[in-house]
Design a protein around this ligand. Structure first.
Ligand SMILES: *[C@@H]1O[C@H](CO)[C@@H](O)[C@H](O)[C@H]1NC(C)=O
Ligand SMILES: *[C@@H]1O[C@H](CO)[C@@H](O)[C@H](O)[C@H]1NC(C)=O
Length: 324
């Protein structure tokens, strides 16, 4: 890592710490959404970037229209889902539901108030007692004034690779596209597709070295196919990609460093990136003879902090508007 990258990481970490503090101080009551208009959040006041994002939003929504729901696709593998029942932590406040403000498109195709875990029922995912970055992401967007309401379309599945499982036209990809289209259709003009959160890559670091080296070209083709399939809903779907952490993960995912390097090197319009390094993982026994534990999954606190960071990034970039 270069000094500049290190400095950026430090600045991001400090910003996230400050934001978390603000969010802690500003715990929303469930009735807050009824007074959202006349009770400005301290977090929004603290960040000039958030104000700019809110202006951009207001301009896009038009002065007279009812608040739109900003819809985000959740795709990738287990750290997008949130796989942290076993971390021994309580559910963070940042993962708490916010009825009427944070919505999720459930497994049987209805918009409901989002509750952790939003992936419950998707691919038979059973676990209620864990949380992905999604809830904190949505909460941050709203509290920073970058969105009025947020709708989440969960489509991730643990252990899946980009190389094969997420191939355009395949089951995971088709389900992701289909659920997004169905969710937007049900919004009946009350929603607008804003982008995708993509947390994926471990599985491409667990196969052959060639598969890991193919990550960049595979993702480039994948993004083109995805944008083409969703072009009626967004002219150039923005994607926020989380770059794989590599520390203490090389036994479970021997080529994860190659995948991370591929992700870091990708330069595509409308592709935004955030490093996963530095967020909290919990040690997991991966069945090694020596019993060494690997850092496979983020904790609930780690997911919540990552979600805040993702929300902060989106808000600071005017909702990831793509100009090109
Ligand atoms: C999805 O939401 C609808 C409407 O609230 C509900 O009837 C349905 O049971 C939900 N599906 C699941 C799997 O919970
Ligand atoms: C990934 O790249 C490899 C080699 O270039 C190719 O065989 C494979 O079909 C690609 N997969 C996807 C999903 O594009």
């Amino acid at each position: 890592m270069t000094d500049r990258a290190r400095m950026r990481l430090l600045v991001a970490a400090v910003s996230i710490g400050l934001l978390q503090l603000l969010l802690q101080l500003h715990r929303p009551q469930h009735s807050l959404h009824q007074h959202h208009d006349d009770s400005p959040s301290p977090a929004a006041g603290a960040a000039a970037a958030a104000a700019a994002a809110a202006d951009a939003y207001a301009a896009a929504a038009g002065p007279s229209s009812a608040p739109l729901v900003d819809v985000w696709i959740l795709a990738g593998q287990s750290n997008m889902v949130g796989w942290n029942k076993a971390d021994g932590q309580p559910m963070p406040q940042l993962c708490a539901p916010w009825p009427g403000e944070i919505l999720a498109f459930n497994s049987t195709g209805e918009w409901v108030d989002a509750v952790p875990n939003v992936h419950t029922g998707i691919y038979d995912y059973p676990d209620q007692d864990s949380c992905g970055p999604d809830m904190a992401f949505a909460r941050t967007l709203i509290q920073m004034g970058a969105a009025r309401k947020v709708g989440l379309v969960p489509t991730a599945m643990g252990g899946t690779n980009l190389f094969q499982h997420w191939a355009p036209g395949g089951q995971l990809w088709s389900n992701m596209v289909g659920r997004t289209q169905a969710g937007m259709h049900q919004m009946a003009g009350r929603g607008r597709l804003r982008g995708m959160l993509w947390i994926q890559g471990e599985a491409d670091g667990a196969g052959s070295m060639q598969q890991a080296f193919d990550y960049g070209s595979n993702f480039t083709a994948w993004l083109a196919a995805t944008r083409s399939a969703l072009s009626a809903l967004h002219p150039q779907l923005p994607v926020l990609m989380v770059i794989m952490a590599t520390r203490q993960r090389s036994i479970a995912f021997p080529h994860i460093d190659i995948v991370a390097a591929q992700q870091r090197a990708l330069q595509l319009p409308g592709l935004f990136k955030l490093e996963m390094t530095g967020f909290e993982f919990y040690p997991m026994d991966v069945g090694l003879p020596g019993g060494e534990a690997e850092l496979v999954h983020l904790t609930k606190a780690g997911c919540a902090a990552l979600g805040v960071a993702m929300g902060y990034l989106v808000a600071s970039k005017d909702g990831l508007q793509c100009s090109s």
